[in-house]
Design a protein around this ligand. Structure first.
Ligand SMILES: Cc1cc2nc3c(=O)[nH]c(=O)nc-3n(C[C@H](O)[C@H](O)[C@H](O)COP(=O)(O)OP(=O)(O)OC[C@H]3O[C@@H](n4cnc5c(N)ncnc54)[C@H](O)[C@@H]3O)c2cc1C
Length: 459
């Protein structure tokens, strides 16, 4: 016999738990279902563990550079990967257990552990349990794509999840995929002590960014000794004794890279293939992303999709924002929309890239009149003091409205600095507002008004 709830939430990623607790707090009878680990990707094998590992890698990097700051470390810097992993595990455990306890301790909320599959539009099976509700919220997230490269069945490889179990320094890590996830792992393992090669099919790293950003990131990574192979069109894998060989068929350089381990970082796929979406008549696109409108409603009345599985964002903050939009519409009579949000994200190499709004390429394509401001980090006092002057800051302004169209800030602290621009974009205020603000000295942010005072027409 089915148990009837007011609302069912499938998945405990970045939207589901907050929505479940919010709905339960109104007195609704709510069920939430998780098949693996509470907290989903971000908590268990995404943002939190990777940024914890990035912090260990940065500590090693700074220690190696200690002499430049006049600090003498008597012995060579080595990394104890077992301790690095234990530190990462402790941070993850605290978040993961926190989510579990929060959900299990919430009144009106029942937690089911198992795989959920739709049997019909408003009926879901979890093991032997059948659950029914008028409102169902899908927050099933995604997982690493498993591309079928020639020879992939001959060799073992890591993805972002299995990489979390590594407690040793690979002799030579080959990272296939030169985008956000691949670059973070590449730099971190180089700093842990591995030889690292990045193999990317496109002619430049992180293609979605402007060319000057891709080039600056390449310079930063190559300066640390990372080997970068671009335009690798026919990637094939082959076992060579204890090693792995990757054919890269690039336009220049050796045709094969031989390493000890492979990390596949070639994109993500939504967890909708085994969700029974057809039984519920919920429409997905060709890649499996659930189709939603501006308020995250699917084509089936009462069914919503939030987070990575709807293809409208691929970040923790976009998933959490989805929760805010759904809660605002359902509970607060506040008609928030997905289209209200401004593109914003960071790439956590060191130094980080903070992004907001349009790229320069997008502004050019839009054909509007624009102004450009750009400043290398070598001309940012705070960066000079810290001895970290790689990268640059770039901002684009609408020449007519004076509103900020976008920014790419690649440099120390730029994952934080970007918010000073983002908030003004949300306020729809002209950039001149920032110029009149008194900023704190010495900071990276204090140079944003200076950069805005040197704008030139975008040619
Ligand atoms: C290596 C890596 C680093 C990242 N770093 C960042 C970062 O720095 N900043 C950032 O903003 N984003 C980052 N991301 C992206 C971020 O982790 C995701 O965008 C975010 O976790 C998406 O959350 P979600 O709510 O869509 O679902 P998820 O967090 O993916 O959670 C979905 C949950 O649903 C469960 N589930 C799936 N199917 C079922 C089912 N049928 N039944 C029951 N349960 C099910 C899953 O087990 C999972 O727990 C990173 C991702 C990766 C892989």
């Amino acid at each position: 016999m089915a148990t009837t709830y007011d609302a069912i939430i499938i998945g405990t990623g970045q939207a589901g738990p907050s929505l479940a607790v919010r709905l339960a707090s109104t007195g609704m009878k709510v069920a939430i279902i998780e098949r693996k680990r509470f907290g989903g990707t971000c908590v268990n094998n995404g943002c939190i563990p990777t940024k914890t590992l990035v912090a260990s890698a940065r500590a090693a990097h700074v220690a190696r550079r200690a002499g430049e700051y006049g600090v003498i470390i008597g012995s060579p810097i080595t990394v104890d990967m077992k301790k690095v992993k234990a530190r990462k595990d402790a941070v993850v455990r605290s978040s993961n257990e926190g989510v579990e306890q929060w959900l299990k301790g919430t009144k009106n909320l029942t937690v089911y552990q198992g795989h959920a599959r739709f049997e019909a539009a408003h009926r879901v099976r979890v093991g032997d349990d059948i659950l029914e509700a008028e409102k169902i919220f899908i927050n099933v997230g995604g997982r690493a794509a498993a591309p079928t490269l020639p020879g992939h069945d001959q060799v073992s490889s890591f993805n972002n999840s299995t990489m979390m179990e590594v407690d040793f320094v690979p002799e030579h890590l080959i990272v296939i995929g030169g985008s956000y996830i691949g670059l973070e792992f590449a730099q971190m393992y180089r700093r842990f002590g591995s030889a690292v090669t990045i193999v990317e099919m496109a002619p430049r790293l992180i293609q979605r960014e402007d060319e000057d950003v891709s080039q600056a990131i390449r310079t930063i990574l190559e300066a640390e000794g990372i080997n970068i192979r671009l335009s690798a069109e026919c990637i094939a894998l082959e076992k060579r004794g204890e090693k792995v060989a990757v054919s890269v068929d690039c336009s220049d350089g050796d045709k094969t890279v031989v390493g000890s381990h492979i990390l596949l970082a070639m994109g993500r796929v939504p967890n909708t293939d085994d969700l029974g979406v057809k039984n519920a008549s919920v429409v997905v696109d060709q890649r499996g992303y659930i189709q939603v409108d501006d308020q995250l409603r699917t084509n089936v009345s009462g069914i919503y999709a939030l987070g990575d599985c709807n293809g409208r964002g691929a970040f923790t903050h976009t998933s959490y924002n989805d929760y805010e939009i759904v809660a605002a519409n359902l509970l607060d009579s506040d008609p928030r929309r997905v289209s209200d949000r401004i593109t914003a994200y960071a790439l956590y190499i060191d130094p980080p890239l903070g992004r907001a709004g349009m790229t320069e390429a997008e502004v050019r394509k839009s054909g509007r009149k624009a102004l450009l401001g750009k400043r290398p980090m070598t001309r940012v006092g705070r960066a000079v003091e810290k001895g970290e002057t790689q990268g640059f800051m770039k901002v684009l302004i609408d020449a007519e409205t004076k509103e900020i169209l976008g920014a790419s800030l690649l440099g120390i602290e730029c994952d934080e600095v970007i918010h000073s621009i983002l908030d003004v974009m949300y306020a729809k205020a002209p950039y001149t507002v920032i110029q009149r603000a008194m900023h704190i000295h010495p900071t990276v942010t204090e140079l944003i008004p200076t950069m805005l005072g040197e704008l030139k027409p975008l040619q």
